[in-house]
Write a protein that binds this ligand. Structure first.
Ligand SMILES: C[S@@+](CC[C@H](N)C(=O)[O-])C[C@H]1O[C@@H](n2cnc3c(N)ncnc32)[C@H](O)[C@@H]1O
Length: 503
């Protein structure tokens, strides 16, 4: 069996997520009242703020709702400094030093696991100060590390499959590290009160943190500045996400204590949910870290490999083929280097992933995908820029007929979509047609069509299958939207060209 399949089934077998489990279900059946606890600890909760199940979407789980109209600018929640759960590595007993050692083995990009260790420690500690908070956390998370193998395949999007596999692989390896570290620990120094951890409980903690922590200012440093520190904010983290939020988090210093507040950014009507903006993230990150997908996400992108053969195939399909894709002139090559689109950086990218290379390659073999995809440059389409500047500039330059016109422009102009046709209309049309063809190639790589996805989604499939299907529908819709947008631009440019010729 391929390593990846073991990876995936391990996570699933250790802590099965049964169909009955819902994202409403908390760690204990009747957890303490979070609002009462915050107030008892000196915090503030607006009298109209209530915890409520969000009924319109299964993955929403619980949320905060206004039980009456709340004027703009009102203080909704305030947490004194001792309530947020942070990983403070300078506290000093034996148990903490084991935790600090383990945390030091977590790669920076998986920072949520560091705070996750602290969360697990507090979850295991009898009489933990944070138990009223922790017992209110969801029992399960809808992130893809807990998907069945079939649903991981159902995502159909290689860059995300790669990230999911990377996280699963990390959790299995880290499970071993944790076991090794705990084997030699004295009972009094055991950071988890003698309880064993496994990949599944580590995955629970990592997901709890990635889906709920906020990065805010931490303690004051000697230089008077403050670091950005991830922290879990009880009650505040009951707010769901929107790109049009009606609430925002602010931090205030009060007698050198940091106070964390949530304030109404707009007027909030009775029965409206309190919504925060978690960030301008792609659906890959929303799904990996939070376990949901944003429909029509303006920050979603698709990743493509920048590679001569692919660009050539696309330009050929667009009817604008150029030998330059395989053998750029020296001046073109120089610009490609400035754009980081030749050889060297490919190696840097691969080495960043190299500790997971073996797991990844078997996963990718199992998925029938060539690992070559990760050996090349990634460029993106979509998001606010529509076309990543590096790709735009590379195509403009490679499809340009002479160096003189190109030399008239700086790299920023060449990378900008709003710089209208800097190398002439014919060049710009050829560039857009090539990108449209790239989109068509990307679309063909998905094994199913949107219509098939839609009908599958209606067939009473599991919540994680629905999520995987939603994810891939959004990616395909994004590609089609990019093609539409660029086609419009081509039409507009072509009509300008015709007018100019007729004139
Ligand atoms: C910070 S918590 C918010 C409180 C959470 N709903 C609960 O039940 O505890 C983030 C989680 O809420 C859900 N969520 C938040 N915003 C969402 C949205 N716009 N669409 C779907 N699910 C959302 C996701 O499950 C996400 O992982």
């Amino acid at each position: 069996m391929a390593v990846s399949k073991i990876v995936l089934s391990s996570l699933i077998h250790i802590r099965p997520i049964t169909c009955a489990a819902s994202y409403h279900t908390r760690l204990v059946p009747h957890p303490p009242d979070l609002v009462k606890w915050i107030k008892k600890e000196g915090g503030f909760v607006h009298q109209a703020v209530k915890i409520f199940p969000q009924e319109d979407n299964e993955t929403y789980g619980l949320g905060l709702v206004a039980s009456q109209d709340i004027p703009k600018g009102s203080l909704l929640i305030a947490l004194p400094d001792h309530i947020p759960l942070k990983f403070e590595s300078d506290a000093g007993d034996g148990a903490d030093s084991v935790l600090v050692d383990l945390a030091s083995q977590v790669p920076e990009e998986l920072w949520a696991m560091k705070l996750g260790l602290k969360l697990l420690q507090e979850r295991a500690r009898l009489g933990s100060f944070w138990w009223p908070y922790i017992s209110n956390l969801p029992e399960t998370y809808s992130v893809p590390i807990f998907f069945q193998g079939e649903d991981i395949k159902n995502l159909q999007y290689v860059p995300l499959l790669y990230q999911v596999n990377k996280r699963c692989r990390f959790l299995l390896d880290f499970d071993q590290e944790v076991r090794r570290a705990l084997a030699s620990v004295k009972p009094n120094d055991h950071p988890f009160g003698g309880q064993e951890l496994n990949a599944s409980s580590l995955g629970w903690a990592m997901s709890a943190v990635s889906s709920r922590a906020f990065r805010l200012h931490g303690k004051k440093l000697a230089a008077g500045t403050r670091n950005e520190v991830p922290m879990m904010l009880p009650l505040i983290d009951m707010c769901n996400h929107s790109f049009n939020p009606n609430a925002q988090i602010i931090q205030e210093e009060d007698d050198s204590q940091l106070l964390i507040k949530v304030v109404a950014e707009t007027e909030i009507k009775q029965n409206d949910s309190l919504l925060l903006n978690y960030g301008c993230l792609s659906n890959d990150l929303f799904l990996l870290d939070y376990g949901f997908v944003m429909p029509s996400n303006p920050y979603d992108t698709i990743e493509l490999k920048y590679e001569g053969a692919l660009m050539d195939a696309a330009s050929m399909a667009a009817g604008v083929s150029s030998p330059n894709f395989f053998s750029p002139a020296a001046w073109q090559h120089q610009i490609l280097s400035q754009l980081n689109l030749v050889g060297e950086t490919a190696i840097v990218k691969v080495s960043a992933y190299s500790h997971l290379a073996s797991a990844t390659s078997s996963f990718i073999e199992a998925m029938n995908i060539t690992s070559d995809l990760f050996n090349s440059q990634q460029v993106s389409l979509g998001g606010p820029d529509l076309v990543e500047g590096r790709l735009l500039a590379a195509l403009r330059v490679l499809l340009a007929s002479d160096s003189e016109t190109v030399q008239k422009h700086d790299l920023n102009t060449l990378q900008s979509l709003s710089a209208e046709a800097p190398l002439g209309i014919t060049n710009e049309v050829a560039v857009f047609r090539t990108i449209i063809a790239l989109c068509a190639i990307a679309l063909e790589h998905f094994p199913t069509k949107i219509m098939e996805d839609e009908s599958l989604r209606k067939q009473g499939v599991s919540a994680s299958t629905v999520l995987a299907i939603q994810f891939r529908i959004q990616k395909k819709t994004l590609i089609i939207d990019i093609m539409r947008n660029l086609s419009k631009r081509v039409k507009l440019l072509s009509s300008k060209e015709t007018t100019a010729t007729q004139g």
